[in-house]
Design a protein around this ligand. Structure first.
Ligand SMILES: [Zn+2]
Ligand SMILES: [Zn+2]
Length: 347
């Protein structure tokens, strides 16, 4: 009987001894993880004299398991700018260990949902992270309606957080976004949006009809130029404004895939899907067209983004890029979430 009790107790004794040995180790690991998380933000990219571009979302409108919705981050000269805030992009941004409390402005290319779906979170989360003044958001006419809507959606949340943490730590006056509707630029010429020190941001019109106002942006800093096409058919304005650019982020949709989808949907009796798949192909740019445009503009590096359809394997990626390297002699990359480009000054 006594022997049986001892046998029953043995596992408990062993577990107790193991816990006693492991507890300090667990405590050390926990402390190390918490400290690493508290110290992970790297603000050096803001002010190291270079122009930094990070991809925080490279998908198009349909959910893609490997990519967040359209989002690009630019950090230079003390400015932290987001171009578009597609669904899922805040999680990618957070994983890049950027100084999110220093987000200074957002440039919206157009008001399709895949470009503004996470704008509310960008406004709210940057405030929670410690943003100290209202966030400037630039975009086409209508951006003021979008911001008004998000302000209404988040009003209760803002109130709860101010009440919980107090105005000192969570100032309500810093929570909102300020709308800056940009008048449609005429022709192919870019118009200045703002400049801050050596950093200059310009906007130009692109062709995404029936979207009435769709924009691309050009950012210059210390002799370097980055151009973001936004959503567009092949556009002369992109070619003009990306002339000799160091980096062109151009949207890309493969009609090779969408046309096949149209055929298969029709064959399967899915008329509505066939119609939508056909429509989506008529106001974007194919990878080959983007490569031809980059070559004509003398762009030094082309990064394809706003990737459609999702590319789940190497064969799909190969077919997506097929022919591009024959028409473009610069460096060409298929954009991936988390990619980063660091451009040193060239003055
Ligand atoms: Zn889009
Ligand atoms: Zn669009």
């Amino acid at each position: 009987m006594r022997r049986a009790s001892l046998l029953l107790l043995l596992p408990l004794i062993v577990a107790g001894v193991l816990y006693a040995l492991c507890a300090p180790l667990l405590e050390a690991v926990t402390r190390q993880r918490i400290d690493a998380n508290l110290q992970r933000v790297d603000a050096r990219l803001l002010d190291d004299g270079r122009l930094h571009v990070l991809l925080c979302g490279t998908a198009a409108a349909l959910p893609d398991p490997d990519r967040a919705g359209p989002c690009t981050a630019v950090l230079a000269g003390g400015q932290f700018i987001l171009i578009d805030a597609g669904p899922g992009s805040w999680r990618v941004l957070d994983g890049l260990n950027l100084p999110l409390s220093r987000l200074s402005s957002v440039l919206i290319t157009h008001l399709h949902s895949d470009h503004i779906g996470e704008l509310g979170e960008a406004i709210e989360q940057s405030w929670i992270a410690g943003r100290k003044q209202p966030l400037d958001v630039y975009g086409p006419p209508g951006i003021e309606d979008v911001l008004q809507g998000f302000a209404q959606v988040y009003a209760h949340d803002v109130g709860y957080r101010v009440a919980h943490h107090g105005e000192t730590y969570m100032p309500g006056a810093a929570a909102p976004a300020r709308a800056h509707p940009l008048a449609p630029p005429q022709g192919t010429q870019a118009q200045r949006v703002f400049s801050a020190g050596d950093l200059e941001v310009s906007v130009f019109a692109v062709d995404h009809a029936p979207v009435d106002h769709a924009y691309g942006y050009r950012i210059r800093y210390r002799g370097r130029t980055v151009v973001i096409s936004g959503d567009t058919r092949p556009a002369e304005s992109v070619r003009v404004n990306a002339r000799n650019a160091d980096l062109l982020l151009h949207e890309a949709l493969s009609t090779r895939f969408t046309e096949r989808a149209v055929q298969r949907a029709a064959a399967l009796g899915q008329a509505r899907t066939a119609k939508l798949a056909h429509d989506v192909g008529d106001y974007h740019t194919t990878p080959l067209q983007a490569a031809q445009l980059a070559q004509a503009a003398g762009v030094k590096e082309l990064v394809l983004t706003h990737i459609f359809p999702p590319l789940p394997n190497a064969l799909a990626r190969h077919l997506f890029l097929e022919g591009t390297r024959e028409v473009y002699s610069g460096k060409l990359l298929l954009g991936e979430d988390g990619m980063r480009f660091d451009l040193s000054p060239q003055e």
